[in-house]
Design a protein around this ligand. Sequence first.
Ligand code: COA
Ligand code: AMP
Length: 635
Amino acid sequence: MSSRYQEIYGGWKEDPENFWADAAKQIDWIKPADKIFAPDEGEYGRWFVGAQCNTCFNCVDRHVTSGRADQPALIYDSAVSGTKRTLTFADLLDEVQVLGAVLQDMGVVRGDRVILYMPAIPEAVIAMLACARIGAIHSVVFGGFAANELATRIDDAAPKVILSASCGIEPGRVVEYKPLLDSAIEGANHKPQACLIFQRPQANAALTAGRDHDWHELVEAARGAGQRAECVAVEATDPLYILYTSGTTGQPKGVVRDNGGHMVALNWTMKNIYDVNPGEVYWAASDVGWVVGHSYIVYGPLLHGNTTILFEGKPVGTPDAGVFWRVIAEHKVASMFTAPTAFRAIKKEDPAGEYIKEYDLSNFRSLFLAGERADPDTLQWAEKHLGVPVIDNWWQTETSWAIAANPLGLGMLPVKHGSPAVPMPGYDVQILDDRCEQVPVGTTGAISIKLPLPPGCFPTLWNDDARFRESYLEEFPGYYKTADAGYVDDDGYVYVMSRTDDIINVAGHRLSTGAMEEVVASHPDVAECAVIGIADQLKGQVPAGFLVLNAGVERDVGDVEREVVQLVREQIGPVAAFKLAMTVIRLPKTRSGKILRGTMRKIADGEDYKMPATIDDPAILSEITDSLKSRGIPT
Ligand code: COA
Ligand code: AMP
């Protein structure tokens, strides 16, 4: 089949409003939009202005009334607790109606924020949808973040209520959430009015009198009393959620998602990019704490009437490297989405793909990878052993859906390893130099998107329009700065090569080295430091910290390094995977005092580098090389 991509992309470019008005017909609106796009509103214009809608209604209620009541909506498969649970659309409706009523009883109304600090259990999805139902704005905080990160988000979002669970389950250890939650609330200036705690059998959380409520008790009481929340009409431009993501400082960015544009865009992607039909099973192996989880565990599949899978486990070790194939076979998954790092983990444990042969994957049609650069080796391995298209797609927390992809539903384009293929309708991708001019084909530059951004992308940062403009719009006027560098080839394929800021990508998780430096520098014995991301075969990148100790520190340097590692774990969380701290005599700098992090990274990754002309003392680079070698890092 030849691809309709050029025709569809061209149609969008010619008349973007018509394109999105057409896509919006798949959504049930309470009131249609006055304007599909209002260029003068918001920071760069707003989509579906004047429309009223409810995202939960579109994800749940409408499927119940249109014949999908008995179709599984959510299949929970926990490889770490051995639990499985299926909720039909009718079951899901019941759960969100009741939890919505509980939240309303707690005083939550339209526009209030609700923080969710939860593991990958059905209650997390139910809670997101219940917030959407009553017009509240949820903000999910990933369980691998420490109390301090949670506190920062509590202060920024100022939630009325926090929803949490007694624990998360990591292989071999139960992570108690309640002590982290208590410490976060204690450390935050803003105090929530109440917390609702879901007790899991693996840990019992002690509830704080007057503040904490038992989830199960309140839900059962509300159900018994026949309390049910109706869908609250919200503006299409009202926020559905805030999702915090790493910025260049310790203060995370609160990415805002609206209701209307988000529904239109995500629903469009399900058929056109992922090529699944309503009723089929779709699986994103991620966590609800990340944007992939928001878009493709929860909202995208449910909007489109797909069955979605919520998997609690890891690609390896829960119990083995065959668990992905077990889930695909058992639940008849048609399409799967995960990060390349998961496949690198599987490939390492099962290089010959032996486990794959044990399962019936006859329903499985495609694998999508995103979250980090998909290395060609991993892609080829997956293609060879699975025998289905393996599609890289590139996007960001800010966008909520693919900027570039190979749109299977429009007809697959040739795959080029190393490229997430072509820009999706909505995105006018251009490669710019530092004078904001387009560079020739094949030349690397700043990957930018001509404004406006399409529906689904963030309209601004929570409570911080100024930071939004400064971080994303000011450097290239008229464009959105992706902060990714790369190029476009003769066929229009985009190649995403690296970040232009200090963000690193660790096992598909986006982290700020700047934020880690702030923590490392807070250690009393550290005079200055640099944290860089170095290549890692499994996780793509891992952070490495270089410490210069204060003059006169006579303690064992190993002790200081261990304390620094522990500090990052306590302040940012285990997800930072900060395990490598090494003391050096000095850091390489330019004559004006700027630390040469780029050169350090190249040394650590064994890449060729040019001696920077402005370096203060070239001998320091040999010292850095020696430090890395002493830690077994080939340079
Ligand atoms: N709650 C508490 N701790 C968590 C956590 C959570 N929800 N998620 C991760 N952690 C901890 C882990 O236990 C680990 O702690 P440790 O240092 O004590 O071992 C640390 O955070 C790092 O976790 P992770 O990045 O998951 O690394 P891992 O070594 O446990 O597993 C992979 C490596 C590749 C198997 C894993 O990263 C993975 O499955 N990735 C899939 C990709 C993905 O989900 N990407 C998200 C965006 S699509
Ligand atoms: P996040 O906001 O966590 O989704 O991270 C977004 C960043 O991850 C992007 O800006 C890229 O740097 C990187 N990224 C995500 N997907 C890809 C991909 N397919 N190829 C290359 N880099 C990617």
